[in-house]
Design a protein around this ligand. Structure first.
Ligand code: BG6
Ligand code: MG
Length: 221
């Protein structure tokens, strides 16, 4: 089939946001920045360095570029320690079944993640082999909402952009899909996520046939 599904990772396939939060919070505490779980919502889908800029902005703290690199590395080292324990049990409900079913129906499967740790995480979850293409934070120079990550994923699958359907939990990711001229299914709360063709609370709440109806419909929001 000449159709593809492109999956974001964090928040769609695995709930890593809590670990990102713990690591950012530790860094924030060290700099006496009052960083809350609500603030953490702003970091979803956003690259590591952009996340750090948002955090520093919340605290009104200025750092040089070299200091920022060191701070981002410190955060990532803590984050890596936290996600070291990930196993297949951490895959979000329905995600593995949904991807396998799509694959059985000959839909091509790609990863489109901002994370530079994406391959490490896929291996920990034991689902790396389910993907025909894997585009992550190491392949892109522009962060979501720039469409680069999804355009590269479609290209890797050898498919036109409009033949691909994106699954995203972050507003920045939904906007990236729109900017790539791709339809998108939002994963999360439909009061929060705007601009997706459909929003469901998780991949356990949708069938592959329903997703294909979204991809094949003519309405592009
Ligand atoms: C995204 C997460 O998937 O990856 C963001 O939603 C995170 O919260 C970004 O900042 C970058 O992740 P990493 O693993 O490269 O620091
Ligand atoms: Mg995400």
């Amino acid at each position: 089939m000449n159709k593809g599904f492109i999956f974001d990772l964090d928040g769609v396939i695995v709930d890593t946001a809590k670990y990102h939060y713990i690591a950012w919070k530790k860094l924030a505490d060290e700099m006496a920045i009052d960083f809350t779980e609500e603030h953490n919502e702003q970091l979803k889908g956003v690259s590591r360095l952009r996340s750090l800029d948002i955090l520093l902005g919340i605290g009104g703290v200025k750092k040089s570029e070299s200091e920022k690199q060191l701070l981002a590395k410190r955060k990532n080292d803590w984050y890596l320690t936290l996600i070291e324990q990930l196993t297949s049990k951490d895959i979000l409900p329905g995600a593995e079944r949904f991807i396998k079913e799509a694959s059985q129906k000959s839909i091509k499967i790609a990863l489109g993640s901002a994370s530079k740790n994406a391959l490490f995480i896929l291996n920990k979850l034991g689902i790396d082999s389910l993907f025909d293409a894997r585009i992550d934070g190491t392949h892109v120079s522009k962060a979501k909402p720039d469409p680069e990550v999804f355009l590269k994923a479609a290209e890797s699958l050898g498919l036109p952009n409009e033949n691909c359907l994106v699954f995203e939990d972050a507003q920045a990711g939904i906007e990236a899909a729109q900017n790539a001229n791709m339809k998108c299914i939002g994963i999360g709360n439909n009061q929060v996520l705007k601009g997706a063709q459909l929003v469901v609370s998780g991949l356990d709440q949708i069938t592959v046939s329903q997703a294909m109806e979204v991809l094949n419909s003519n309405i592009l929001k």
